[in-house]
Design a protein around this ligand. Structure first.
Ligand code: C5P
Length: 221
């Protein structure tokens, strides 16, 4: 039996940390779909293709091969044979990703890979359109959110701990702009699936959210 748990929500809601923990606890594979879109955006940036050059972006889809591998349980994104995990986490790539992932050709390519993965093995998959578009029959669907202020504060703490200088107000502005772009795009926008459970993590610890989602899974499976 293959199970799937879909976790969608806005930027910085803690989806990946939480999805990773749930996957570990249940023995499922964690699939970070944002990382796949980030790899495509990195390819575009390296090839000087701008976010508004939609014909070039569609063309680039024929040249881009994205796959994933796991090393010590950590997802690695492979872009045309190169492990790009170390290059895709910047705010700059995040903003470009939000713009380039509006492109339907980009999305179709990534969705195919995501569905293939979920058909073979039990997954906890996080993203923006997993419950609404990629895995409409997922066993559990969660829409994970938190206030933009809290999400910016968490990102600030994370970046500062890594020694990256940043401004919390700027982070919040970027988060709001990225969410707006993701929510208003034409194809497969970010929204809560009708059958998804809304979890607001603003005042919850990571473990409380993990326990809550595992409880929902146990009730349903
Ligand atoms: O989750 P993460 O911040 O890595 O996602 C980066 C961007 O990738 C999002 O802002 C969104 O534009 C895009 N994305 C998407 N669909 C997904 C996952 C991510 O459009 N399933």
């Amino acid at each position: 039996m293959v199970y799937s748990i879909a976790i969608d929500g806005p930027a910085g809601a803690g989806k990946s940390t939480i999805a990773k923990k749930i996957a570990k606890e249940l023995g499922f594979i964690y699939v970070d779909t944002g990382a796949m879109y980030r790899a495509v955006a990195l390819y575009l940036m390296r090839n000087q293709i701008a976010a508004d050059e939609s014909a070039k972006i569609s063309q680039a889809c024929n040249e881009v091969n994205v796959s994933i591998e796991y090393v010590d349980g950590e997802q690695q994104v492979i872009l045309n044979g190169e492990n790009v995990n170390g290059f895709i986490r910047t705010e700059e790539v995040g903003m470009m990703t939000s713009a380039s992932s509006k492109n339907k050709d980009v999305r179709m390519k990534m969705v195919e890979l995501q569905r293939q993965l979920a058909s073979k093995t039990s997954v906890v998959m996080d993203g923006r359109d997993i419950g609404t578009y990629v895995l409409p029959n997922a066993d559990v669907k969660v829409y994970l959110t938190a206030s933009s202020g809290e999400r910016a504060r968490r990102r600030y703490v994370e970046l500062t701990a890594k020694g990256v200088g940043c401004d919390i107000a700027e982070i919040e502005t970027d988060i709001i702009a990225r969410d707006h772009q993701d929510m208003t795009r034409e194809f497969a926008p970010l929204c809560q699936a009708e059958d998804a459970t809304l979890v607001d993590s603003s005042d919850m610890t990571i473990d409380e959210v993990v326990d809550e989602i595992i409880k929902i899974f146990n009730q349903k499976s």
